[in-house]
Design a protein around this ligand. Sequence first.
Ligand SMILES: Nc1nc2c(ncn2[C@@H]2O[C@H](COP(=O)(O)OP(=O)(O)OP(=O)(O)O)[C@@H](O)[C@H]2O)c(=O)[nH]1
Ligand SMILES: [Mg+2]
Length: 336
Amino acid sequence: MEWHEVFKGVAVDDVPVAVFEEEERERRGLFGRLRKNLGKARAVVADQLKAAMYVGVDWRLYEQVEELLIAADVGVDGTVKVVDALEQRCTAKKIETREPFMDELADVIAGVLKPDDPESQRIDVTAQPTVILMVGVNGTGKTTTIGKLAWRLKEMGKTPLMVAGDTFRAAAVEQLSEWAKRVGCEIVKQAEGGDPAAVVYDGVAAARSRGADVVLIDTAGRLHTQVNLMRELEKVRRVIEKQLPGAPHETLLVLDATTGQNGLRQASEFQRAVDVTGVVLTKLDGTAKGGIVVAIHETLGIPIKLIGIGEQLEDLRPFEPDVFARAIFGGDHESS
Ligand SMILES: Nc1nc2c(ncn2[C@@H]2O[C@H](COP(=O)(O)OP(=O)(O)OP(=O)(O)O)[C@@H](O)[C@H]2O)c(=O)[nH]1
Ligand SMILES: [Mg+2]
């Protein structure tokens, strides 16, 4: 999936040819890059399975797969679902060796991860302006993701505008300003300690008067258990909604993959407070718990829209179930 497909509302004519060429190169290198960056996640499943395969494809192997999936944070429900389906398929196809077994595993997981409606994974930027609110626990990668996303949007011919809604943490405004400078986009900010709802109000107003296409709103990290801070977030959302009917068009919950199952508890609280429309799963490059995507998909019912696989600008990727499943759970060869 390429970026102009991720963003609904990008006019393909607005995207410079060089970007498509770059994307084509990226796409070719993506599988390898994904594998490399997902190395830790992959090591847990694929590499350990390799060793396990010496016992052959029998009940002991399924038991081992079960353990590995649990260890990768797939979750109990997801694991049962995957292993049942895997056993059925491998028995029916009489699969007895490693490569095809791993391919079936990747296929089953990709199937589980596929949303019923592929449209639900896209980010609709047709509204003028489109408002995207970024929320999540401290340090999950909200600010970084805004930087990466703004860069992609700009490449797609859109004019992003950042709003420094994190008035709480020291240096948060500066951090976002750095990103704005790097990307080359405008930023609306106020002095530290201000009311986030006020900055956000200004930001949306500025976007309308200056004709920005996409407003990316940063918010302070907060624990889902901090009632006052969750209220503040509700207020921010209400202010946006009042100012611009239909907004925020997208509320993205940023989850840190390295926190594993803990992220799931955070998610339901955020969902209740601000009506989350999508998940951005970051730091997949630094974890052996890549299976958390399955748990998120199975328990939250919120589409995973983007994944973070590193700290560089280009390390934000669309979430593609089959590419992802194959990169973590598949065999060594690169089949489609
Ligand atoms: N390896 C890796 N690091 C990431 C990724 N996304 C973000 N980070 C790093 O995670 C750290 C925290 O990122 P921030 O963007 O500041 O997180 P935040 O959610 O804005 O944090 P608060 O504003 O304090 O709540 C930074 O060092 C980022 O470089 C990712 O996909 N992979
Ligand atoms: Mg931040």
